[in-house]
Design a protein. Structure first.
Length: 396
């Protein structure tokens, strides 16, 4: 009787091993299908790695919208910035007419804005829903994307990354802290998420993935940096591990790029205009060569002439010299990227607003011409109120 008993025991052991394996496999599948995960342990690949690990094949939840249209990319993106409020409650019909009549072919739309709000009312990102991030600006994002497809307008989702008062208040332990206690604020009174915290990376990328699922063909990360205003000496980063700022931001971008790879979207990064001329990364983690080495598709320097101090770029008053300011800044950026052997394209944000010197059609067109004279055909116009001068643009 000993032999049959040993055989039964062996079968029981095999069954236990098989069940344990299946349970582990189920857990692993759940883990890899989560919307906010790209690498084991959340670790991004090191700089220079050509083939990042494959991104997960999809979400655990089923999207509540249908398969989105794949709007073709124009040969050269020529776009304007549009807020979620303008889309849903503002003068968006007039902007559509402007795009119809002129060389414009793209819009950069807030999907996660400067406050941390999602500009659409329903989300599949649980953490965003818990924090109350969704707002009813773009009430029907599916219909919005379909309308853009019908009009041949290329959609770019602006995702404000670490400046996020909504999530900082919801999860204060993930936010930048004050040295004397409480949450730290920048010069404008906004709260920021800690760029060192990998859970913040996962949250932002989950929102970016949702934008891709909705049909946005490019994800543009803004405020993808450390803060630059307020009492910076009083700021404490709870998850800091000694990594320099200039390495943290490119690591996030590598993580984001791999996490979005399955959607075939392009990834772009907004950067200060002075990043082109400051080899140190402005003290905010935006070192030009390091960002380009993260293999993003576009770096979008905000070369607004009004933001350069007198004497910058060798100009007495950069704000009064829109062509020269844009030309000199982009020339330096091109030179640095070429010298580093990096092929990341530049697509500048250009000034379509007035601060000191009036900016009308001539000043806006001068900036477009400066970029074009450097072989840069693509551009985006920024006006916070979304009012643009038709005379600055060529006919369709």
């Amino acid at each position: 009787m000993a032999a049959p008993r040993r055989g039964c025991l062996r079968l029981v052991l095999i069954l236990i091993v098989v069940l344990a394996f299946l349970a582990a496999a189920s857990t692993a599948v759940d883990y890899w299908l989560s919307a906010d995960h790209a690498y084991p342990g959340g670790v991004a690949p090191p700089p220079g790695e050509e083939q990042p690990p494959p991104a997960p094949p999809g979400n655990r939840w089923t999207p509540f919208w249908p398969e989105p249209p794949l709007i073709p990319r124009p040969e050269a993106v020529k776009g304007i910035y549009v807020t979620g409020y303008t889309v849903g409650k503002g003068h968006f019909p007039q902007l559509l007419e402007l795009i119809e009549r002129t060389e414009l072919n793209s819009i950069v739309v807030d999907l996660k804005d400067d406050n941390g709000r999602l500009t659409y009312p329903r989300t599949g990102v649980p953490l965003a829903a818990e924090a109350g991030a969704p707002y009813n600006f773009i009430s029907d994002p599916v219909a919005f994307i379909k309308m853009l497809e019908q009009r041949g307008i290329y959609p770019i989702a602006r995702i404000v990354t670490f400046k996020d008062s909504v999530m900082a208040r919801h999860l204060p332990d993930r936010a930048i802290q004050r040295r004397d206690g409480g949450l730290w604020r920048d010069g404008g009174g906004a709260y920021w998420l800690d760029p060192y915290n990998k859970e913040n990376w996962k949250y932002v990328v989950a929102v970016a993935r949702e934008a891709a699922q909705l049909g946005f063909r490019e994800i543009q990360f803004d405020y993808v940096r450390f803060p630059d205003s307020g009492n910076l000496a009083a700021a404490v980063y709870p998850a800091a591990d000694g990594t320099p700022f200039n390495e943290v931001i490119p690591a996030f971008l590598r993580y984001a790029r791999a996490s979005l790879a399955e959607y075939g979207v392009e990834v772009s990064v907004d950067a200060f205009g002075m990043v082109a001329t400051d080899p140190g990364g402005m003290g905010i983690g935006q070192q030009l060569e390091a960002i380009a080495a993260a293999k993003v598709d576009y770096i979008c320097p905000m070369v607004y002439p009004s933001h350069y101090a007198p004497g910058n770029l060798g100009l007495t008053d950069p704000d009064a010299a829109p062509y020269e300011t844009v030309y000199r800044s982009l020339t330096e950026a091109q030179r640095r990227l070429l010298r580093a052997g990096l092929e990341t394209a530049l697509r500048p944000w250009l000034q379509a607003f007035t601060m000191r010197h009036p900016y009308g059609a001539a000043e806006i067109r001068a900036q477009i011409n400066a970029a074009r004279d450097l072989g840069i055909e693509e551009f985006m116009l920024w006006n916070a109120g979304n009012y643009y001068v038709p005379g600055a643009l060529l006919p369709e």
